[in-house]
Design a protein around this ligand. Structure first.
Ligand code: PAF
Length: 290
C-alpha cells in the first residue's frame, strides 16, 4: 500500500480514524526531517511493534533559540518522503507552521526542572518548545506508542515526564543511538561538518567509550569520570565543549558515586554544528540490583 501524505490536523485524524476503529495499533515517529538511518531505525522499531506507522516531519520553530540554526536547518521533504515510502511507512504528517501554530496560539508546555539542566541551560526555552510540539503531535495522531532516539537522551526523559504528568495515553519508547562505523552518532546536523570538523567530532564518541570502559573496569567516582570526559574533549582542537556530565539515568542530576544506572552526556560545538552524544554507564552495583 502506498504511503498517505497529510498536512492538516483534520486530515491526519481522518486518515487514522478507520485504523483506530478497527483496533489497529498506531506508532508515531516524530521528526524534523533531514532523515538518516537513525530515524529509519525508529521507523523499523515502530513497524515491528505497531500495526500502522505514522512519521511526522516538522521543523519546529519554538525549540530553536534566537541565533540558532532554524533557518539553516536542512529541509528536503521530497527526499524524506522517498525514504519513508521505501521504509514502509503508512502515513506522513508534514504540516506547515500555521497548522501547528495558528495565529493567536498562546499555550505552551513547561516540562519543569528536568528541562533546565544541561541542554536546557545552554538553550533556554528549547525543551518547552519540544514539549509543546510533541504534546500537539501526540494529540493529533493519538499513537499507542511513540518512538524517540536515545541520542537526544535529555529530550527522551523530558518527553517521558510530560506524557506521565499530562496522562497522555501513549507509551514512549527510546531506541538506541545509531552510529557511523567510526563512532560518530548520526545527526541531521552532521551535514554542517567539514571534513576537518568531522574528524574533530570523533573525540565525542571516543571519550564516551573510554569513560564507559573505565566504569566497566570498576571506576565509580563520578567527579573523576566527569573530569576525564571534559579533559579528553577539551584537548581536541577545533571543538568547544559545552558540557560533559555524569548523571543519574532518570533524574539527570550529576552523581558523585555511580551506584545505579547512569549516563555520560556531552554537548560541544564543532565548526557551525552543536553536537550532542551520550552513553549508558552500568556500574557493577547496578547489575547486582537487577
Ligand atoms: O528530535 C527531534 O527531531 C525533535 O526534537 C522532535 C522530537 C521531532 C520535536 O520537534
Amino acid at each position: 500500500m502506498s504511503m498517505e501524505r497529510v498536512s492538516s490536523i483534520e486530515e491526519a485524524r481522518g486518515a487514522l480514524r478507520r485504523a483506530r476503529l478497527e483496533g489497529r495499533t498506531i506508532g508515531l515517529v516524530p521528526t524534523m526531517g533531514a532523515l538518516h538511518e537513525g530515524h529509519l531505525s525508529l521507523v523499523a522499531a515502530s513497524r515491528a511493534r505497531c500495526d500502522l506507522t505514522v512519521v511526522s516531519v516538522f521543523v519546529n520553530p519554538t525549540q530553536f533559540g534566537p541565533g540558532e540554526d532554524f533557518d539553516a536547518y536542512p529541509r528536503d521533504l521530497d527526499a524524506d518522503t522517498a525514504l519513508l515510502e521505501a521504509a514502509g511507512v503508512d502515513a506522513l504528517f508534514a504540516p506547515g507552521t500555521a497548522v501547528m501554530y495558528p495565529a493567536g496560539a498562546a499555550t505552551s508546555v513547561d516540562p519543569g526542572p528536568l528541562a533546565t539542566l544541561w541542554c536546557g541551560a545552554s538553550r533556554p526555552g528549547h525543551f518547552t518548545g519540544v514539549a509543546t510540539i510533541v504534546t500537539k503531535l501526540l494529540s493529533t495522531v493519538g499513537p499507542d506508542v511513540a518512538f524517540f532516539g536515545e541520542k537526544d537522551y535529555q529530550q527522551l526523559k523530558v518527553i517521558e515526564r510530560v506524557v506521565t504528568d499530562l496522562d497522555i495515553p501513549t507509551h514512549v519508547v527510546g531506541c538506541p543511538i545509531v552510529r557511523e562505523p567510526d563512532g560518530l552518532a548520526l545527526s541531521s546536523r552532521n551535514r554542517y561538518l567539514s571534513a576537518a570538523d568531522r574528524t574533530h567530532a570523533l573525540v565525542l564518541s571516543r571519550a564516551l567509550a573510554s569513560v564507559r570502559a573505565r566504569v566497566d573496569a570498576g571506576e565509580t567516582d563520578g567527579a573523576a569520570l566527569q573530569r576525564e570526559l571534559a579533559n579528553a574533549i577539551a584537548s581536541e582542537p577545533g571543538i568547544t565543549l559545552d558540557y560533559a556530565a555524569i548523571v543519574d539515568a532518570e533524574t539527570l542530576e550529576s552523581v558523585s558515586e555511580l551506584r545505579r544506572e547512569c549516563r555520560a552526556l556531552v554537548a560541544a560545538r564543532v565548526g557551525s554544528a552543536r553536537l550532542i552524544d551520550n552513553v549508558a554507564l552500568s556500574p557493577a552495583s547496578s547489575h547486582a540490583c537487577r
